[in-house]
Write a protein that binds this ligand. Sequence first.
Ligand code: MD3
Ligand code: FE
Length: 215
Amino acid sequence: MTGDLLAGLSAPSAEALADGAVLLRGFAAADAPALLGEIRQITEQAPFRQLITPGGFRMSVAMTNCGAVGWISDRRGYHYGADDPETGRPWPAMPPLFRELADRAAAAAGFPGFEPEACLINRYAPGARLTLHQDRDEGNLSHPIVSVSLGVPATFLFGGLDRKDKPRRVRVEHGDVAVWGGPSRLAFHGIDTMKPGHHDQTGEWRYNLTFRKAL
Ligand code: MD3
Ligand code: FE
């Protein structure tokens, strides 16, 4: 019951992708309808928008945030901030269900006491993609990132610590949760171009929640 899944036997659905990276298939499936309801409420306050990269490109993935701070890209760079630049208001609070799920998943992967301040919410339409990148804008890289996939399936690209390392392709589906910590925290990763699909709970979209200890 210690959540020591890398040792092996306590949860058959836990798949070690790499040192510190654990895929928990279906971990959030039962919570998905409630998570999607929370996303709907969050986006009434902080709508999805396609951010501009520092290089001047519009991202194909639409994003918003909840929590004490949110991740933002603009012409000046990437950063975390307390206010939604679109509305000037604080990001919506992180729902208790989000916090509890993130902490449960992190603990199941061997990272107890995960208390993220930020949740980036990504929405993928057919054709959207996220090119290989590292998540390194967080103040404390000793904590993992927890990601929750909802809706239409996608292909994770999971590379190494060097951009040139050939990424593994891992299919992720509705309800899958991944935890990226330890030596995998700075691995290059992305999402391959989304194929058209349909999911009963999300229609044509894929959603991803990434929980981050940002401060
Ligand atoms: C591997 N999101 O928002 S989550 C992102 O599905 C992001 O929306 C993708 O990458 C998505 O930054 C992928 C999977 C993921 C997240 C963080 C990682 C993989 C990771 C951090 C280190 C290594
Ligand atoms: Fe990322």
